[in-house]
Design a protein around this ligand. Structure first.
Ligand SMILES: Nc1ccc2nc(N)nc(O)c2c1
Ligand SMILES: [Zn+2]
Length: 365
């Protein structure tokens, strides 16, 4: 940890494959690619680490095939750190015919209907085969809204699975295992989960079970207490977040790492995120606009192309449209993280946050 400012923290996570500057945003590389981006372009946006998914890679091309080819870093030509999610969350949101027991989850692939199983032990095996630098415990993330008993039962199952994940992970120097706090929006259950995870002991701690439809106010309400229940001297990772204002609010509440498909996914649908707000480039009013998306942005899309051009290539369904908007969005997200890291280091995070909100116009700009 290099600096704190209020509850916000800045720091560096050292890994054998490079440093991660925090607060950090991780682009999502679900199927061994950050969609529409070359790895060198992802690096050029300033990303230090990216995220991969156990669920997708175990189905296709399989973890065994990636291991036989030298591991995920070599396979996807990304030499920096990779964090992999453990699969439980994706099974619940993507797979069919799921059956959940104490042992784990059996399910059918959403790709070809083939039968598969995930358990703490199998998830650890897959993430080890992939060569992941930061491994996530195998957990269950209950869909909200859910009653307290269901959330308590699910959290306690996840804590038993955290124990089994740690056991199966073993002692692997240079590799980290992160525990995942559950407990929905219930402060007591979140506290019970935090205590259970600390008793087991992890290299980092994630706040799971959020960004599942609860809305920003409820999420921030939980973040007003949940991160502080986790060890202050370890990385705190908020999973699946989020929009730029979610990210700023989460960093203000003590979060160090985040990941979200939003910048890449919305880039492919023509949705640009800028310091002044959102631009839907498909909107007809951009058809003759010679200005860049954001005149202050230094990304290739803003340096070399007009809104009129971006509008045209989106309207014509040209592949370059996804490339340019994804690059811009990931670049903007990294600029936001770099701005927060500098503001925290200089003790001016509150001013940064105020300026961030003052600059943003509502609606389409
Ligand atoms: N919103 C999210 C996103 C990803 C998650 N992954 C895991 N393993 N657990 C959760 O609770 C998640 C929540
Ligand atoms: Zn740009």
């Amino acid at each position: 940890m290099t600096a704190t400012d209020g509850r916000a923290r800045s720091g560096v996570i050292d890994t054998p494959r490079g440093q991660i500057r925090t607060p950090a945003f991780m682009p999502v590389g679900t199927a061994a690619t950050v969609k529409a981006m070359m790895p060198e372009s992802v690096a050029a946006t300033g990303a230090d680490i990216l995220l991969g998914n156990t669920y997708h890679l175990m189905l296709r091309p399989t973890a065994e095939r990636i291991a036989a080819l030298g591991g995920l870093h070599k396979f996807m030509n990304w030499s920096g750190p990779i964090l992999t999610d453990s699969g439980g969350f994706q099974v619940m949101s993507l797979a069919e015919l799921r059956k959940l027991t104490e042992e784990g989850v059996t399910f059918r692939s959403h790709i070809d209907g083939s039968r598969h199983m995930l358990s703490p032990e199998r998830s650890m095996e897959i993430q080890t085969l992939l060569g992941s630098d930061i491994v996530m415990c195998f957990d269950e993330c209950p869909a909200l809204p859910a009653d307290r008993d269901r959330i308590a039962e699910s959290m306690r199952l996840s804590m038993r699975w955290a124990e089994r994940s740690k056991e199966a992970f073993g002692d692997r120097p240079g590799h980290a295992l992160f525990g995942i706090q559950q407990g929905g929006l219930d402060e007591d259950l979140r506290g019970e989960s935090a205590e259970a995870l600390q008793a087991i002991g992890f290299d980092g701690y994630a706040v799971g079970g959020l960004a599942v439809g609860e809305g920003q106010a409820a999420m921030f309400g939980c973040l007003d207490y949940a991160p502080q229940m986790l060890p202050a001297d370890k990385p705190r990772y908020l999973m699946g977040v989020g929009k730029p204002d979610d990210i700023v609010g989460a960093v203000a509440r003590g979060i160090d790492m985040m990941d979200c498909v939003l910048p890449s996914r919305s880039g492919r649908t023509g949705q640009a995120w800028t310091r002044r707000g959102q631009v839907n480039i498909k909107n007809a009013r951009h058809a003759d606009d010679p200005r860049p998306l954001d005149e202050h942005c230094t990304c290739p899309a803003c340096r070399n192309y007009s809104r009129a051009y971006l509008h045209h290539v989106f309207r014509s369904g040209e592949i370059i449209s996804s490339m340019l908007l994804t690059w811009h969005n990931l670049h903007y997200y990294q600029e936001l993280m770099a701005g927060m890291r500098a503001a925290i280091a200089q003790g001016r995070f509150a001013a940064f946050e105020a300026t961030f909100h003052a600059q943003r116009a509502e609606g389409d700009i």
